[in-house]
Design a protein around this ligand. Structure first.
Ligand code: BES
Ligand code: ZN
Length: 386
């Protein structure tokens, strides 16, 4: 299908919030000047459709029209390094570490999350190519390293920057080593994306409180609880904060490709993208995404949600290339995706200047922190056949 007709179809079916007068004014003033039109990139919008080239203007148009795309320009080889014969590792079928998880859950604090998210949303934008997007990555890096330095509990934990070739906002990887050496190459990954975007123009204010400040801070709080309580799993447990998700999953594709190339055997990955908004159509619930995810892992996530959360699960769909779990799936690993509720009941403010903390429920975020904790602890202690 041609991009033009795709845009028409989705424009007709998706109601997009209108820009404020201030945004309209800025768009008029700057559109032709600031959005470079010569940055042609190869994108894919569906699994079985040929990729095509787009200008930056067209990609912004796709963002406004809710067409999810993967920018594969630099990663056409993602998914080609891992031998298909490696297959996927068997997973546990039930939750068995309730006592361990409970110790960490007691550490989770909504007050902490509120402080962190308030600070994180003060950056003008976390757009991956912007100066403030680089500063926000440095801020986040410091929060995580301070947590590691301040604790006297005994975890073997480290942090590193994953630098990207063509932009300054790095991705961040924090890792708890596992006790069992035979499992060193089979980490569990808990992820979120740190960048934000204003769909009217990247230069505009974009607090990205829900998308995805909420997921970023949710997993930061889980990380804090684990570091402070001396988490020492059997296999490595990693926390990832990806750069440039909003530009077509650029950061996570680069990270997933590097793991694939190194022959890392990731056992499971869960993405936390939008965990802070409670919708108005349905009762508060976990949205568990069932399309473009690993079915068995998703079933297990449902088990953990029932075991460790206090709200019901709703199955929902998010479409092709909806968030960073898709990069891990493409690399041949199991991945799952939890969102704030039914897709149709998710925050109407995302990708605008109105995606701020006033629309966030920290209790709702805590539910996702409990789920991510259950995931990290249960799978971190899972020995498989070793
Ligand atoms: N957080 C969104 C995806 C999302 C939207 C999840 C609504 C749950 C509910 C994500 O950051 C996003 O905006 N993705 C882009 C696609 C991206 C690959 C360009 C999108 O939805 O258009
Ligand atoms: Zn997002």
């Amino acid at each position: 299908m041609k991009l033009q007709s795709l845009l028409l179809i989705s424009l007709a079916s998706v109601a997009v919030a209108a820009p404020s007068w201030w945004e309209q004014w800025t768009i008029k003033k700057h559109e032709s000047v600031i959005v470079a039109d010569d940055d042609m990139r190869l994108v894919q919008v569906a699994e079985n459709e040929a990729p095509f080239y787009t200008s930056e203007k067209e990609r912004m148009e796709m963002l406004r029209s809710n067409i999810h795309y993967m920018d594969i320009t630099d990663n056409t080889d993602l998914g080609t390094y891992r031998a298909k014969s490696l297959g996927k590792k068997p997973l546990p079928s039930a939750a068995v570490h309730q006592n361990k998880v409970a110790r960490y859950v007691d550490q989770l604090s909504t007050a902490n999350m509120e402080v962190a998210l308030t600070e994180f949303t003060k950056f003008h934008t976390r757009y991956y190519k912007s100066e403030t997007g680089h500063q926000s990555a440095q801020w986040l890096y410091k929060q995580i390293s301070d947590l590691i330095e301040e604790t006297d509990a005994e975890s073997d934990v480290s942090i590193r920057k994953f630098e990207h070739d063509n932009w300054k906002q790095f991705s961040i990887i924090a890792r708890f080593e596992g006790k069992n050496e035979s499992l060193t190459n089979e980490p569990v990954i808990v992820g979120a994306h740190q960048d934000s975007v204003n769909m009217w123009l990247p230069q505009l204010r974009s607090p990205g409180a829900d998308d995805d400040g909420s997921g970023t801070v949710t997993i930061l709080e889980v990380f804090r609880a684990l570091v402070n309580t001396g988490f020492r799993p059997h296999r490595p447990v990693e926390f990832h904060w990806y750069s440039a998700e909003e530009a077509g999953l650029l950061g996570s594709q680069a990270v997933a490709k590097s793991y694939e190339k190194k022959g890392v055997d990731v056992i499971a990955m869960i993405q936390n993208d939008m965990t802070g908004y409670v919708g108005t159509k349905f009762a508060e619930s976990y949205g568990i995404v069932v399309d473009y995810v690993d079915e068995d892992l998703t079933e297990l996530v449902r088990v953990y949600a029932r075991e460790y959360g206090d709200i019901p699960v709703r199955e929902t769909k998010c479409g092709y290339a909806c968030s960073d779990h898709a990069s891990w799936a493409k690399a041949g690993y199991r991945s799952a995706f939890a969102i704030e509720g039914d897709f149709s009941d998710s925050s109407p403010y995302i990708h605008t200047a109105n995606d701020d903390v006033s629309h966030i429920s920290f209790d709702h975020m805590k539910q996702f922190a409990k789920l991510a904790l259950g995931f990290a602890v249960e799978l971190g202690y899972y020995k498989g056949d070793k």
